[in-house]
Write a protein that binds this ligand. Sequence first.
Ligand code: 5AD
Ligand code: SF4
Length: 459
Amino acid sequence: MNPVIEMSVNPTPRARTAPPVPAGRPRFYIETFGCQMNAADSEEMSRTLRRRGFIAADSPADADLFIINTCTVRQHAENRALSFLGRLRRWKDERPGRLLVVAGCVAERLKKELPSRFSHLDGVVGAKSMDRFDTLVEKLLLPAEGPARLPDPGRAQVTAHVTVMRGCNFSCSYCIVPSVRGRESHRPLKNILEEIREKTAEGTPEVLLLGQTVNSYRGDGPAGTADFADLLRAVQKIDAVRRIRYMSPHPFYVNDRFLAALAECDKVCPHIHLPLQSGSDRLLKRMRRNHTRADFLDRVRRLRRARPEILITTDLIAGFPGETDDDFNQTVSLVRESAVDGAFCFKYSPRPGTPAAEFPDDVPETVKEERHAELLKIVTAHSERGIASLVNTRQDILIEDVKSPGRDRTGRIVPVYEGRTRTCWKTFFTSSRNHRRGDIVPVQIAEAVGRNLWGDTRD
Ligand code: 5AD
Ligand code: SF4
């Protein structure tokens, strides 16, 4: 339950009387910072706005309504969002009647001070109030008569972002998420499956199941409580679904039931992003991670046993308070031993109100930077090794976009398609045949350039 109404309208006189939306269909533009949960919330806001007759603008210049969906997971992300918000004053001043709304985790954390800090802001909708976004639109954005509810021609989505649970019941000492997103709540299985059926029936082939700790899912199902394994099996059964991804699982819930479902469901892509944070048991304890170094290695081994082709990526934090050279070396050795295929590496950033913010932030910035750079170097080498192993293989590529024309092997001008392998590597390829977004096409991989693959369909 949310303790307060986190949704507010800027009380400054200028914004209280919402300026009318210009004639014709109003256009919205959403800039999304942060994680996949935010991407899902942005998609949900788009759907609400479309239902209300808005259409998507190609750029901010065309937009009547600008929503900035923010992330506060690290101070750097929050600063970026706030400076972006500050720069939007010009956008707002260019045309009277434009509306600016800030959404997401910064909106949640700073909801009280944002309206006075940014007088050009018209509305604030915190991460815990996403389900009331429609009410905000009603209250704030629509002119009295409201535009007609026309369907948006829109482009079919390649990936349906489907939130299955929200919030987090863990309390990692560095992490602000539990305070800005609240405790876990899980959607009933039936609602999730209905949303997936609806979205895939519109032609969307891929489903991304989202939750802060997605594999802790426990929702009401037809035979009592359904867990994440039941959910995967149920989504696998939907004919129109071609690929299933999920983000982000927690090592604590990588259990036998989950592993059995992974082994059984061939639509589930062989990629898992499994956050580790540190290889030192001492630090994992201070981080309150609920797993040890040995647990992580055990999960990695069992995942590879269940799906031998699986690609494993992770998150790592360098410079957590009290991190000694020995702690850091243990992270390095665990990255090597587990042979993870890639990682997002972060420098520790104290977040207000979290337990770790009370610890002295005692690793000097230069040391944090050195350790961060070293981790990056190691995980980049792992990624490059993994991606190089795909050269001269045939991979199924799900097309996400068609780029400007390039030349094929024989020198003909042909479209360049952009898509992803089942393990999520970005792939560019040429083909003399016509394909559309959402098609899955076998591609012969010819080379790896940086983190991208290049190939062609050889037809
Ligand atoms: N400092 C640095 N990295 C953090 N993360 C979360 N909070 C912090 C913080 N305070 C990282 C973790 C998490 C990812 C989403 O962001 O690695 O898995
Ligand atoms: Fe944050 Fe830990 Fe929850 Fe992940 S599991 S969202 S790092 S508290």
